[in-house]
Design a protein. Structure first.
Length: 266
C-alpha cells in the first residue's frame, strides 16, 4: 500500500481533528496548491473516521478558502500559499527594471538565512531530496537542457527553503520562486543559455549543497551570496550584450537603407 501523509485520528475523531491536521500539512508545505486529495472513501479510511465527519471537516476547510471542491472532479488544495503579492503589484514588478534589482538583493539575503538554517536543521529526508535534485541538475547540464536546468534551479532553492524548517521563510520564498517561474523578473532559460553560465550555476549550486550537507552554515550562506551575485552580474552582462546587438542592428539597417538609396540614384 502506498504511503500517505495523512495520520489516523486516534482521539476524539471530530471534524476539528481533521481540520487541524490538514491545516498543518498545508502550512508546513507538505500539501501544495493544486494538489488533489484522495477520494472521500479513501481519505476517511486513512483518517480512520466516518465519512460524515470527513465531509464536515472538508466543508470547514473549503469555507476557510484552503480547499476547493469541483463537482465530479474531487477536492483540491487551494493555491493560497505563495500569493504574497497582488496581481497589480506583480504587474508593476514586471514593468519596472528596479524591481528586478531589488528582488535579487532580497533573495540574496533571505536565501542566505534559509541556507544557514538548512545547514543546521536538514533531516536525512531533506538531504536525500537535495541529492536527487543535484543529480538531476548535473544530468540536465550534461544534456545541455537549459529549460530543465532552469526548472531544477527553482526546485533546488525551494528544497533549501523547506530544509530550513521555518514556515514563514518557506512561504515567503515560495512566493518569490513563483514570480521567478512566471518570468516576472527575468527569463532564466536565456541566462542559462549564455556561454559558460550553466556550468557556473551547477558549480554554485553544488557549493550550496555541500555547505548544507556538511552542516556548515557559514559555507552555505556564503555560497548563496556568491550565487545570487553571479546571477546579478550575468543579467547585467546579458542586458548589455542585448543592447549592443540592438544598436548594431539599427546601424546595419540604416547603412543598408542608405546603400539601397544610393544604388538607385540616377
Amino acid at each position: 500500500m502506498a504511503e500517505t501523509v495523512f495520520s489516523r485520528i486516534r482521539a476524539s475523531r471530530t471534524a476539528d481533528d481533521v481540520v487541524h491536521q490538514i491545516e498543518s500539512l498545508i502550512l508546513e508545505g507538505v500539501l501544495r496548491g493544486g494538489e488533489r486529495l484522495p477520494g472521500e472513501r479513501e481519505l476517511a479510511r486513512q483518517f480512520n473516521i466516518s465519512r460524515p465527519i470527513l465531509r464536515g471537516a472538508l466543508k470547514q476547510l473549503e469555507n476557510a478558502g484552503l480547499l476547493l471542491s469541483r463537482h465530479g472532479g474531487g477536492t483540491f488544495v487551494a493555491d493560497v500559499i505563495g500569493q504574497v503579492f497582488s496581481a497589480p503589484v506583480v504587474g508593476l514588478f514586471a514593468s519596472h527594471r528596479k524591481a528586478t534589482t531589488d528582488y535579487l538583493e532580497y533573495r540574496r539575503e533571505i536565501e542566505s538565512i534559509a541556507a544557514e538554517y538548512a545547514a543546521l536543521r536538514a533531516t536525512p529526508a531533506d538531504r536525500a531530496l537535495l541529492a536527487e535534485i543535484m543529480d538531476a541538475m548535473k544530468k540536465a547540464n550534461d544534456d545541455n537542457d537549459f529549460d530543465k536546468g532552469a526548472q531544477l534551479d527553482v526546485e533546488f532553492h525551494n528544497a533549501i527553503g523547506e530544509a530550513a524548517h521555518n514556515i514563514v521563510l518557506l512561504h515567503t520564498l515560495r512566493s518569490c520562486y513563483q514570480l521567478l517561474k512566471d518570468g516576472v523578473f527575468y527569463n532564466r532559460s536565456l541566462i542559462y543559455s549564455y556561454p559558460g553560465v550553466a556550468d557556473m550555476f551547477l558549480a554554485q549550486h553544488r557549493a550550496i549543497y555541500d555547505g548544507v550537507i556538511a552542516g556548515n552554515p557559514q559555507a552555505a550562506r556564503e555560497a548563496v551570496q556568491n550565487h545570487i551575485r553571479f546571477v546579478e552580474q550575468a543579467m547585467n552582462d546579458r542586458e548589455l550584450n542585448d543592447e549592443r546587438e540592438r544598436v548594431a542592428q539599427l546601424r546595419y539597417r540604416q547603412r543598408a537603407g542608405k546603400e539601397t538609396k544610393e544604388g538607385k540614384s540616377p
